[in-house]
Design a binder for this molecule. Structure first.
Ligand SMILES: NC(=O)c1ccc[n+]([C@@H]2O[C@H](COP(=O)([O-])OP(=O)(O)OC[C@H]3O[C@@H](n4cnc5c(N)ncnc54)[C@H](O)[C@@H]3O)[C@@H](O)[C@H]2O)c1
Length: 309
């Protein structure tokens, strides 16, 4: 495997900027970010890291020195492609765009450079289907906000080599992330499968008049939601016993939501233009101040939970 020194991030949007910043946590890495549009990557990262600096997680000087190792270009060819040891693609979530982006990258980057896609839900097997060197390709699913959420799901396609997956896991660890290996290319990978199983049930509870939206969120926040950062569901199953878990599942599973399509309530909100924060109304109503405060408080909570600051 190549020694990884030069990382190329393709796509300088919300995720690309934060991923570039994350990779500079490994002091040996230099990062180039490319985009089709001119993007002020530096200003974007400074804004995203505002709370980290204000709360003393990193100093302004550390941020500056990490920013010095990030270069932005709109060039479609040149040294940043020829010297790339690892590429992380974070362009729009569009299968054809991702495929053509990687086809162009394959023409310019070394044949053993590792290729990663930050797709949220698309199959790495499908994205890499037309590539020549498919073994060096893997999914790296960072979570938003990528500079705070530790998890990255490393997703093997049907062709990803163990060596590639291992090298990507090691590199992510060296940048302070918590990589987990998704051994099979399945929709939703690992964490989104669980997250959306919960959301489906949450919507169903509201739809069936069992509780309102605010109550559903409270029920999570003040019960198992508090335990989750310390006790995963399977640790919890072992703690209470697989016998008790079996009995509970035998009784309750037939009553849980199992629809294979989005709920009619969710569809009616979407169709009515009640899109949540974007329009001020979704499952609940939100003033602009409330939605802004909700986002700020999330960052604040994450920093406290992760860094104790
Ligand atoms: N936003 C999230 O919460 C989130 C979370 C996890 C994964 N993702 C995934 O990450 C990827 C990027 O999402 P985002 O939210 O950063 O999107 P975004 O819209 O903020 O940014 C996408 C960027 O890609 C650029 N781009 C488009 N075509 C390009 C090309 N051919 N070459 C170079 N740059 C190009 C755009 O100009 C834009 O700056 C998507 O696949 C998305 O599904 C997003």
């Amino acid at each position: 495997m190549r020694d990884i020194k030069n990382v190329l991030v393709v796509g300088a949007g919300l995720m690309g900027k934060n991923i570039a910043f994350v990779m500079t946590a490994n002091p040996a890495l230099n990062v180039t970010v490319t985009d089709v549009a001119e993007v002020d990557v530096r200003a974007g990262i400074i804004e995203n890291c505002r709370q980290l600096v204000e709360r003393g997680v990193i100093t302004g000087a550390e941020l500056d020195s990490r920013l010095e190792r990030i270069t932005f270009t709109t060039d479609k060819s040149g040294a940043c492609y020829e010297n790339a040891d690892l590429v992380i693609e974070a362009v729009f979530e569009d299968m054809e765009l991702k495929r053509t982006t990687f086809a162009a990258l394959e023409e310019q980057c070394p044949p053993d450079a590792i290729f990663c896609t930050n797709t949220s839900v698309m199959s790495p097997t499908e994205i890499s289907a037309r590539l020549i060197h498919r073994g060096r390709f893997a999914g790296t699913h960072f979570w938003n906000p990528a500079h705070l959420i530790p998890l990255v799901e490393v997703v093997k396609s049907d062709a990803t080599t163990d060596e590639t997956a291992q090298a990507v896991m090691e590199l992510l660890k060296s940048a302070g992330k918590v990589p987990v290996l998704c051994k099979r290319d399945v929709p939703g990978f690992i964490a989104n499968r669980m997250q959306h199983a919960l959301w489906r049930e949450a919507v169903s509870i509201v739809e069936n008049g069992i509780a309102d939206a605010e109550t559903v969120d409270m029920a999570v926040r003040y019960s198992f939601g508090l335990r989750l950062p310390q006790l995963g569901p399977l640790e919890n199953a072992d703690m209470v016993g697989t016998d008790l878990t079996y009995s509970i599942h035998e009784y309750i599973l037939p009553h849980l939501e199992s629809s294979g399509s989005p709920s009619p309530l969710l569809k009616s909100l979407r169709d009515a233009g009640d899109l949540g924060f974007k329009t001020g109304k979704g499952f609940r109503t939100w003033t602009p101040e409330e939605s802004e405060r909700c986002k700020e408080e999330l960052y604040s909570y994450l920093i406290r939970a992760l860094y104790g600051k």
